[in-house]
Design a protein around this ligand. Structure first.
Ligand code: DGY
Length: 323
């Protein structure tokens, strides 16, 4: 039997690539160079499956392939706002993602960012590496206590819930949640969390706000200047979701004029391009999209793609079908 042809758009963990090569007629991106929309379109015309990830733009232009050979986009990653949903539907393409296996590691990183910005860890490391540390003193880089404070979580899916667990059970934080749908009382109870009806209601109550909602058009600039004004002065904003959820221009103003205490970002609008003004903000911690970047999570994400492909080509519904 001829093995289905599969194109992988970026380098993946070696163990997963080896398995892909065994199960499929797989073309791997050994150079790890991001593909252009034209290259993606070409791939869609020639492979049974394309395995994209967050750095690929599968917009309407890239998916303008009326006679596509590809019938499944098995995405490596949980977020899929880089894939144009109406176009994929019109082409009858199945789209899958990789939930669950990265939730703990992404929440670990959100907690890392929260602690770093509250305790001024980024500033401290920059000072030390620059050779500017003059020694201990009572007023040096004084930060904000985390334990016992109130954390607002916007988007209470798997990652948001993992974040709540860490913050509540590890740091005694009070948890306030905003989510598109009602969260069951049992799930809220696990962290003694309270659900509010809107983002506007959540923001003024919280010392920390962590974003865990999907990206895409629906949530573009969900955090804008009006909502930054609703945050407590001195509160901190953490984003491990998607860059477009925050209006970066508004955030820069809020950081520069001390409207909020600080921010910590793992994702950026238009990444990997970073606005030069963000680099000027001392009360900002930035990481290069490391949410799921552990050996364990990245391998598990790859094997989850293999499960989805296996189901699809065996004629079974893939467990992580999102479109
Ligand atoms: C995801 O899975 O959407 C992550 O952002 C990738 O790290």
């Amino acid at each position: 039997m001829v093995k289905p042809s599969v194109l992988v758009t970026r380098r993946w963990p070696a163990a997963v690539e080896a398995q892909l090569a065994e199960n499929y007629n797989a073309v791997l991106n050994t150079g790890d160079k991001p593909m252009s929309p034209a290259e993606i379109r070409d791939a869609l015309n020639h492979y049974d499956a394309v395995l994209p990830t967050v750095t690929d733009t599968l917009n309407a232009e890239a998916l303008d392939v009326p006679a596509a050979q590809t019938k499944i986009l098995a995405n490596y990653g949980v977020g899929y706002s880089h894939i144009c949903e109406p176009s994929a539907r019109e082409l009858g393409m199945t789209v899958t993602n990789t939930p669950d296996v990265l939730s703990e590691c992404t929440a670990d990183l959100a907690m890392t960012l929260l602690l770093m910005v509250a305790r001024r860890a980024g500033e401290g490391e920059r000072e030390l590496r620059a050779g500017n540390w003059s020694g201990w003193r009572p007023t040096h880089l004084v930060g904000t206590k985390v334990s016992g404070k109130t954390l607002g979580i916007i988007g209470f899916g798997r990652i948001g819930q993992e974040m709540a667990r860490r913050a509540h059970h590890g740091f005694g934080m009070n948890i306030v949640v905003q989510n598109r749908s009602r969260v069951s009382p049992e799930v809220l109870q696990q962290c003694n969390a309270t659900q509010v009806d809107s983002v506007d209601e959540l923001l003024p109550q919280c010392d920390f706000v962590s974003l865990h909602c999907p990206g895409g058009a629906a949530n573009r600039h969900l955090i804008n200047s009006r909502r930054l004004d609703l945050m407590k002065p001195g509160a901190f904003l953490i984003n491990t979701a998607r860059g477009e959820v925050i209006d970066e221009f508004a955030l820069i103003q809020a950081l520069m004029f001390d409207v909020i205490g600080g921010a910590a970002l793992d994702v950026f609008d238009g990444e990997p391009r970073i606005s030069p003004d963000l680099l000027q903000c001392d009360n900002l911690v930035m990481l290069p999209h490391l949410g799921s970047a552990t050996r364990e999570a990245r391998e598990a994400m790859g094997f989850r793609v293999l499960d989805n492909l296996g189901d699809f080509f065996a004629g079974r519904p893939p467990r992580d079908r999102v479109i």
